[in-house]
Design a protein around this ligand. Structure first.
Ligand SMILES: Nc1nc2c(ncn2[C@@H]2O[C@H](COP(=O)(O)OP(=O)(O)O)[C@@H](O)[C@H]2O)c(=O)[nH]1
Ligand SMILES: [Mg+2]
Length: 414
């Protein structure tokens, strides 16, 4: 059976080869560079985990405790983590993945559009998101979670600082977060990344009693165990899903630039085809003109697809799709043409009978020009099997951790 990683690789390679023909275009350089990075990413066996949450929830502490090293600065003051920082973690022998852990500033510290964009970029690049909280959800945390969920990524909710709560309190917090009206359905993992120091009294043989403060060992088993399980069972699918989603965005960006770059051609071609259709139908005898109409429509669409280098299958998808396809306006155009034929011969007869349908056919094709780019782009974006692979991954049962971005509650039940 073909693995999701192999499937993603095939799609990515098709896409890469296809756009190589325009590799020397300056305006497409950033997208092609990103394509090449995605290819590297797919071959790297590097799994990316980003941590999000408000300030002081213990995000940096959680990552330190996961790796067992104090590599990130931890502190009670706001702004200890200023920029996203990443570190590599080799989880365990026997797991063929390296993990990139990405620490981020608190979401309530992120100010300004550029910083917010950076947070979104980190979230998009991650294969798995850890959202760290340290008590029941606040309104801000809930909103942030809803936004993150729109990325269609697996999110583990990490309830940190469990050393500060009794077992009953922890159960109550979990129940609060899991209540159905929040609609989150997230997996909650309870940890203590950096437990509060406790007083330890030592009774010495000579009768002395000393008191010291000692920090208990972190309690990370639940989170570490879950991450290792994901790495063993789902990492390939999650990486494939992430790469394909980013490819989807890249492809949409490339296509947007294609339409901009070829705007002049599209306009000239649409005008030329409309004129040809108008004249052809105006001059052709009845019967032949009805055959000519779909042929010229097809020629116009084919010309657009070839010039814009839209992937094969775009036209089939755009014409064949039941809902958003182009067949509906094309059928309307044909019906209009038939009507115009009838009206033309009834009103004017003879030579005049061809002019009216010719005019209607030309204008209706030109008007279709407003609709076609949008529909073609939509079907081209999912070309090379991208849409099918994404649907198989999102809709399939391969991902136990996947969360659907649909069915979110409207308004805030907090
Ligand atoms: N009691 C307790 N305090 C913690 C725990 N984890 C982190 N902290 C404290 O929370 C504060 C913020 O930690 P930090 O990792 O810098 O938070 P960040 O801003 O979310 O990255 C620090 O003073 C940590 O010592 C925990 O498990 N238990
Ligand atoms: Mg921090």
């Amino acid at each position: 059976m073909i693995t999701p990683l192999a499937q993603a690789e095939t799609v990515l390679n098709h896409c890469w080869e296809h756009w190589q023909a325009v590799a020397n275009r300056a305006d497409l350089k950033p997208e092609l560079r990103s394509l090449s990075e995605l290819r590297k990413r797919l071959g790297s066996r590097l799994f990316s985990i980003a941590v999000f949450g408000l300030v002081n929830r213990g995000k940096s502490a959680v990552l330190n405790a996961l790796t067992g090293e104090t590599r990130l600065k931890v502190g009670p003051l706001n702004g200890v983590t200023q920029q996203p920082q990443s570190m590599l973690w080799r989880p365990e022998s026997g797991i063929p993945w390296r993990v990139r852990l990405i620490d981020t500033p608190g979401l309530n510290e992120v100010e300004g559009e550029a910083r917010e964009q950076l947070a979104w970029d980190v979230a998009r690049s991650a294969d798995l998101i850890l959202f760290v909280i340290a008590a029941d959800l606040t309104q801000l945390e809930y909103q942030a979670l809803l936004e993150l969920r729109t990325l269609h990524k697996p999110i583990l909710l990490v309830l940190n600082k469990c050393d500060l709560y009794s077992a009953e309190d922890l159960e109550a917090i979990r129940a609060q977060i899991s209540r159905p009206q929040l609609g989150l359905g997230l997996e909650i993992l309870t940890v203590a990344a950096c437990p509060k120091p406790v007083k330890v009294r030592t009774h010495w043989p000579d009768g002395r009693i000393t008191t010291d403060w000692e920090r208990p060992a972190p309690q990370m088993d639940a989170l570490r165990g879950r991450i290792l399980q994901i790495l063993q069972t789902e990492a390939g699918s999650l990486l494939a899903l992430n790469v394909l989603k980013r490819l989807d965005r890249l492809q949409a960006q490339i296509l947007r630039k294609q339409w901009q770059h070829h705007a002049g051609f599209v306009d000239r071609w649409s005008k030329a085809c409309s004129l040809a259709k108008g004249l052809g139908i105006g001059l052709a005898p009845l019967g032949l003109d009805l055959l000519l109409a779909p042929l010229l429509d097809g020629l116009w669409l084919l010309g657009l697809c070839l010039r814009l280098r839209l992937p094969w299958g775009t036209l089939r998808g755009a014409l064949g799709s039941r809902q958003e396809g182009l067949w509906r306006p094309l059928v309307v155009n044909s019906a209009l043409l038939l009507l115009a034929e009838g009206l033309g011969s009834w009103l004017w007869g003879g030579w005049g009978s061809g002019l009216f349908p010719g005019l209607v056919a030309g204008v209706s094709l030109y008007r279709l020009g407003d609709l076609a780019p949008q529909v073609l782009t939509q079907f081209a974006t999912g070309g090379f099997g991208l849409a099918a692979s994404l649907n198989a991954l999102i809709g399939g049962d391969k991902l136990a951790t996947k969360q659907s971005a649909t069915a979110l509650p409207v308004g805030s039940p907090l």
